[in-house]
Design a protein around this ligand. Structure first.
Ligand code: MN
Length: 128
């Protein structure tokens, strides 16, 4: 079963890199570059995980996480915040906003997929 990731990221290079590694591992990746698009996609589709940039134009990642949690269809979806190392406090605010976990950007190719898989429900890890 193909696992579906909603990737919310406004930076083209970051989006390219994350998508490259995820697709190589067999994930299906859907992109959103801002909060409004992300919430619309999340309301209309079933994803296995949301990988969420925090620094976005308009609505930031924390607000997106709060709104996803308020949606019964996405109340339990794993949300992984992608935070820049320099952004002190982003991580704590991410958890307060309902995120399941976080990873640091730039992503580390050595550990990225394992980090993502660690947040997926256990019975979905077996493909590939
Ligand atoms: Mn960004």
């Amino acid at each position: 079963m193909t696992r579906r990731i909603l990737l919310v990221e406004d930076n083209e290079q970051n989006r390219y890199l994350a998508t490259y590694f995820l697709e190589k591992k067999g994930f299906s990746v859907t992109h959103a570059a801002d909060g409004i698009s992300a919430l619309k996609l999340a309301a209309e589709n079933r994803f296995d995980l949301v990988l969420l940039d925090i620094q976005l134009p308009g609505m930031d990642g924390h607000e997106i996480a709060r709104r996803l949690r308020a949606d019964p269809n996405n109340a339990d979806i794993p949300i992984v915040a992608a935070t820049s190392y320099a952004m002190v406090g982003d991580r704590e605010r991410s958890f307060e906003a309902g995120c399941t976990g976080y990873l640091e950007k730039p992503i580390n190719p050595e550990t990225f997929i394992a980090e993502i898989e660690s947040y997926l429900p256990h019975d979905e890890k077996e493909t590939q």
